[in-house]
Ligand binder design. Structure first.
Ligand code: SF4
Length: 368
């Protein structure tokens, strides 16, 4: 029997009731080097980066997520995801909007790449700001906030576009909305006949699991079918609190998937990726996609060569449950492209030759 997921330690001086209150966590977020130094030993490179980057891509962490960090190690895989480093200043190839999302937006914050589905960026706020965030142009920036009138204009566009059957609410993070605002938005979307599926893209089960309250789960269950994809990147994010939030969601009938990003020095080795995916499956969270990191400004130090990514996912095949292996994909302005080892090795007469997970070549007669 595997050990249970570890509980996160509540720092001294904080009442347990506050710690478990998602609004207290949002109000108490770490926003500067001084606050960070109270929970982690200061690192000169981090301190310099916080000073130089604060006006370019903000720095915010929930106390809960900070408690997952190694306070003595600036290279800790949790800390590197959220604390700035000076390497962010040196990335000549990085782009502000590598997927050309602004050009794919018929109305503000509605991104349409495929005929039948959209990503609807309902807000500009997250519990914390990931340093490799695809939407760093938007997250924490007031100009990308959505006023109720702008949300209404986006809803009007969806109503007037009958091909749209699948709406992904993303951001930012839609679960930073109050229950009241979320209920209004889900209700408006559910009232549109051609919208069959509602999806939520949220990192809060990872970064602020206390947001997943019984009330929120009831609200989501009232608007089924609702699907949810979250974003764990490392096995150390698999805490007892995160497991409980995912358990609540799945018990409410919300299928939960995971979309990770392949990040250098964080999860770019088969053992870490296997531990992450197997832990997710124990939480009843399906590893769905692992993204190749985009050519995004300030993220050169996170990017991994595609060949390395293919090797990592090849190494999982046959060594864990098939449904524990996510699809490794590259997102492009034209949509997602699967990146895979070529298991099909060729043809010999009427047979096809395939490589098996243990390195053998299997000959299979191929129907004409
Ligand atoms: S939670 Fe998602 S949208 Fe928010 S900063 Fe992280 S990657 Fe970006």
């Amino acid at each position: 029997m595997r050990a249970p997921f570890p509980e996160t330690r509540v720092p001294p001086g904080i009442a347990a009731a506050d710690w478990c209150d998602w609004r207290w966590q949002m109000r108490s977020r770490i926003r500067d080097a001084d606050a960070l130094s109270r929970v982690a030993t200061a690192d000169p490179d981090e301190t310099e980066a916080i000073a130089k980057l604060s006006d370019r891509f903000h720095f915010v962490i929930t106390p809960y997520y900070a408690a997952l960090m190694d306070p003595e190690d600036a290279d800790c895989p949790i800390r590197r995801q959220v604390v700035p480093r000076t390497a962010e200043l040196d990335d000549p190839a990085g782009l502000a909007d590598p997927l050309d999302e602004v050009a794919h937006s018929p109305v503000k914050n509605v991104i349409r790449v495929y005929p039948d589905r959209i990503a609807f960026c309902v807000n500009n706020e997250c519990a914390l700001y990931c340093r490799y965030c695809l939407r760093k142009r938007m997250v924490g920036e007031p100009e990308w906030a959505m006023k109720k009138q702008e949300l209404g204009e986006a809803l009007d566009w969806i109503r007037a576009t009958p091909e749209i059957r699948d709406v992904l609410l993303t951001g930012g993070d839609p679960l930073t909305f109050s229950d009241e605002r979320l209920a209004w938005l889900l209700g408006e979307l559910r009232a549109i006949d051609h919208v069959e599926i509602l999806r939520l893209g949220t990192r809060l089960p990872v970064t602020l699991p206390f947001r997943v309250t019984p009330e929120l789960c009831r609200l989501l269950a009232d608007h089924h079918p609702v699907w949810l994809n979250t974003h764990f990147n490392h096995p150390r994010e698999l805490s007892a609190e995160a497991a409980e939030s995912c358990d609540r969601l799945t018990r409410a009938g919300v299928p939960v998937g995971n979309q990770s990003v392949l990040l250098r020095g964080i999860n770019d080795d088969p053992a870490t990726m296997k531990a992450l995916c197997e832990g997710l499956v124990r939480m009843r969270v399906r590893p769905y996609y692992c993204y190749q990191a985009q050519l995004l400004e300030g993220t050169e130090h996170f990017r991994v060569p595609v060949e390395r990514g293919i090797e990592i996912f090849k190494a999982l095949r046959g060594r864990t449950s098939g449904f524990a292996i996510p699809e490794y994909v590259l997102d492009t302005p034209h949509g997602k492209v699967p990146l895979q080892h070529r298991w099909l090795r060729g043809r010999d007469g009427d047979d096809v030759l395939v490589e098996t997970w243990d390195g053998a070549i299997w000959r299979e007669p191929n129907p004409g």
